[in-house]
Every structure is written in C-alpha cells, then in structure tokens.
Design a protein around this ligand. Structure first.
Ligand code: ATP
Length: 216
C-alpha cells in the first residue's frame, strides 16, 4: 500500500526527524532556544538533542563550567519545549580526549538507523567547519541547518568551498537575529548584573544557587 511504502531515498516517510545541537552551553541562553525553536518549526523536527560538549576541540584550554552543571542547566532550559531534550552524547570522554562531532553523529546514526538526521549550528560555528575533524564526512552524515547570527553573514559560506551536492544538504535559516552570547552573559554574571530575559528563569535560579560565574 502506498502509505507504507518507502520513498526512493529508502527512508520511511514517518521516520523521526532528529537534530543534534552541540555546543558548550556555558550557560544555555535565549539565543540557543530561539534557534532551536525556529529550526524545529521550519524543518518539522520531532526532537532536538541539546548536547553539551565535555571538551569542545576548538575551545580546548578555555575554562568551562563543569559538565554536570552545564548538563543540569541544559535540562532546565529544555523544559521550554517538548521537542527539546538534553543529551549526554557529548559527555566527557573517559580518557580526557576532546569530543568530536563526527563521533557523536556516528553514534547518533547507530542509535537511530531509520531517522532523518540533522545537525543544527549557528553561522559563527558552521563557518569554522574546515577546522573540524572530517568535514567531508560531517557534511555527508546529516543534513545541516545553519542559523543566522549577528556579525556572521551567511554569504561567507562561499569560503567553505562546498560542492553543489554538499550545498544542497545545507539549509539556511536567516530569520534569527539574537544579539546574545554566553561570553557576554558570563561577563554580566561575573559583575552581578541582571541578565533579564536572556537566560531562562530556571537556569538563572540554578546559576544563583550554585554560585556559578561569580568572581571568587
Ligand atoms: P560562547 O560565547 O561561550 O562562545 P555561544 O553563545 O556561542 O558561547 P555555544 O554554546 O558555543 O554558545 O553555541 C552552541 C551553538 O549555538 C553554536 O552552533 C552557536 O553558533 C549557536 N548559537 C549560540 N548563540 C547564538 C545566537 N545568538 N544566534 C545564533 N546562533 C547561536
């Protein structure tokens, strides 16, 4: 019957649509939630996995808040939308190695053989793709949703020298203009200044309770 037959790609029409959203989430903020919500709506995603990285290879050496705290904050932030879920896919490696997205995506694929997989990234992050491990495989493993971020024009994608086939698997979402970063928020918090609506209230409560980001 036509309802049960698979489309030519071999994927089932009702296959779950899952996106991996990697980052440092130090702390999670309004920009993260805005881009995840916009991506879920625009691409009919069932699930977005917010996966804080144990060690982000391109930020290695920069002090990050302990993984357990970042995961706890991400869990609180994910309560904002039933399609959001915190993931330990990028939890710290037992041997202290950095977490590479290529490994996380391979694991995700193994766990979800039928799913249509996406990777979600802001423009600043995606524009560094050539510095990531195995960029060609990364582009082949999932579709990519790349979201606009102030200061990082998406026309700079040309600098990545993508083939037409690679380009066709990259979807741009240019409706987001969130002028917020975790760096800016860490500075505000260190000066005991209000973060207003830039951090979800439950996350702000966790930060206060655990004395994160305050100057010692
Ligand atoms: P930091 O300031 O510490 O570098 P960040 O605010 O960029 O942190 P990350 O956790 O590193 O936050 O970001 C995770 C992902 O979310 C990245 O792909 C990043 O590009 C994207 N992102 C974060 N903030 C925004 C924003 N305001 N607009 C668009 N994308 C964003």
């Amino acid at each position: 019957m036509s309802e049960t037959s698979s489309p030519p790609s071999g994927k089932h029409e009702d296959a779950p649509r899952i996106a991996l959203f990697g980052g440092t989430f130090d702390p999670p903020h309004r920009g993260h939630l805005a881009i995840a919500r916009a991506a879920a709506n625009a691409f009919a995603l069932d699930t977005i996995l917010f996966a804080p990285a144990g060690i982000q290879p391109l930020k290695a050496g920069l002090t990050a808040t302990p993984f357990a705290d970042r995961l706890a904050m991400v869990e609180l932030a994910c309560a904002a939308d039933p399609r959001f879920a915190a993931s330990t896919l990028d939890a710290p490696q037992p041997d202290g190695r950095p977490n590479y997205t290529i490994d996380s995506l391979a694991t995700l694929r193994g766990q979800n053989p039928q799913a249509t997989l996406f990777s979600l990234a802001g423009a600043d992050s995606f524009l560094t793709l050539r510095k990531w491990r195995s960029p060609e495989r990364l582009l082949a493993l999932t579709e990519w949703i790349v979201v606009s971020r102030p200061g990082f024009p998406l026309d700079r994608l040309d600098s990545l020298h993508l083939t037409p086939g690679q380009r066709s698997r990259i979807h741009l979402l240019e409706t987001i203009h969130e002028e917020v970063s975790a760096t800016y928020l860490r500075d505000l918090l260190a000066q005991n200044q209000y973060t207003n609506d830039l951090i979800p209230p439950a996350v702000a409560g966790y930060i206060r309770q655990h004395h994160l980001y305050s100057k010692r």
